[in-house]
Design a protein. Structure first.
Length: 246
C-alpha cells in the first residue's frame, strides 16, 4: 500500500467527494439511506469503510446511532469536519478484522468496498467480523457490482468505464485469480498521471457462501436500492443477510 492510509491517503481524501460527486447526489444517497434506516429499525448501525460519511451522516441525521470503521485517517478527518460528523463514532482499522464495542442491528458495506479486500480470505474474514458485531436478528448489507466479464472479448483484459479529453478510466481483470484493478489516467496541462487501485471481484453466489460460513442466512437481493428484482442483466446488486435470532 502507498502508506498507512492505504490507497485512500490525503491526496485522494482531499478530492474524494468532488471526484465521486454523482454518488453524493440526493438521488443516489436517499434511496440507500431509506433502505438502511428501515433495516436498522431502532438499533445501532455499523458502517465498514465509512470514508467521508456519504451515507453515515444522513443516516445519523435520521436519529440512527452510527459507528464507522475505516483504515484511512485522511478520509475520517473529512467526515469529522462535516456538519454532524462529531456525532458519528469512528474507529481506525481494517474493517475485515477491527472490533468495535457493543452490538449492532445493522452492518453495511457499500459502493463496491468489499472489493477493496484483495483476497478471498480477507473477504471471508469481513463476513465473520460483521457476524460478530450483529445482534441476533441483525442484518449485513453489501452493495457491489457484478463483474463485467461479459464485456471482455477473447484476448482482452480491460474494460473502459470513462473516456473524456482529460480523463480515461478502465478496469483490468484477471479471470484466473479474480484480481482486478481500476486505473485512472488524468491529463492536466498536457501532462498525464496514472493511478491504479487493486481489487478482488466477487460473485453473488460466492458472497452467499461467505455469509453461510459466517453463520448468516440470505434475507434479500435486489438490483439496487430501489429494490428492483435482481436478474441476469443486473450490473450490480444490494444483498442482505441475516443473523438467526435463535
Amino acid at each position: 500500500m502507498p502508506d498507512a492510509d492505504g490507497y485512500f491517503g490525503e491526496d485522494v481524501a482531499a478530492v474524494y467527494d468532488e471526484s465521486s460527486a454523482d454518488m453524493f447526489r440526493p438521488e443516489a444517497v436517499d434511496p440507500a439511506v431509506d433502505v438502511l434506516a428501515e433495516l436498522v429499525g431502532q438499533g445501532r448501525a455499523l458502517e465498514f469503510g465509512v470514508g467521508t460519511g456519504r451515507l453515515a451522516l444522513p443516516l445519523a441525521a435520521r436519529g440512527v446511532p452510527v459507528h464507522g470503521v475505516d483504515l484511512s485517517r485522511a478520509m475520517l478527518e473529512r467526515l469529522r469536519a462535516k456538519p454532524g460528523g462529531a456525532g458519528v463514532g469512528v474507529t481506525v482499522g481494517d474493517f475485515a478484522t477491527t472490533r468495535v464495542d457493543g452490538g449492532f442491528a445493522l452492518a453495511y458495506l457499500v459502493f463496491n468496498t468489499i472489493n477493496n479486500l484483495t483476497t478471498q480470505d480477507a473477504q471471508v474474514d469481513c463476513f465473520r467480523n460483521a457476524a460478530r458485531h450483529l445482534e441476533p436478528g441483525g442484518r449485513f448489507v453489501i452493495e457491489v457490482g457484478v463483474p463485467a466479464l461479459r464485456l471482455l472479448p477473447p484476448g482482452q483484459s480491460a474494460v473502459p468505464f470513462h473516456i473524456s479529453d482529460t480523463r480515461w478510466a478502465f478496469d483490468t481483470y484477471d479471470v484466473v485469480s479474480q484480481a482486478m484493478s481500476s486505473n485512472y489516467v488524468t491529463v492536466v496541462d498536457g501532462r498525464a498521471t496514472h493511478r491504479s487501485v487493486p481489487f478482488r471481484y466477487v460473485w453473488p453466489a460466492e458472497l452467499d457462501l461467505m455469509a453461510r460460513l459466517a453463520g448468516l442466512r440470505p434475507y434479500a437481493r435486489w438490483d439496487g436500492w430501489s429494490r428492483a428484482p435482481f436478474t441476469a442483466e443486473s450490473t450490480g446488486h444490494v444483498s442482505v443477510w441475516e443473523k438467526p435470532a435463535e
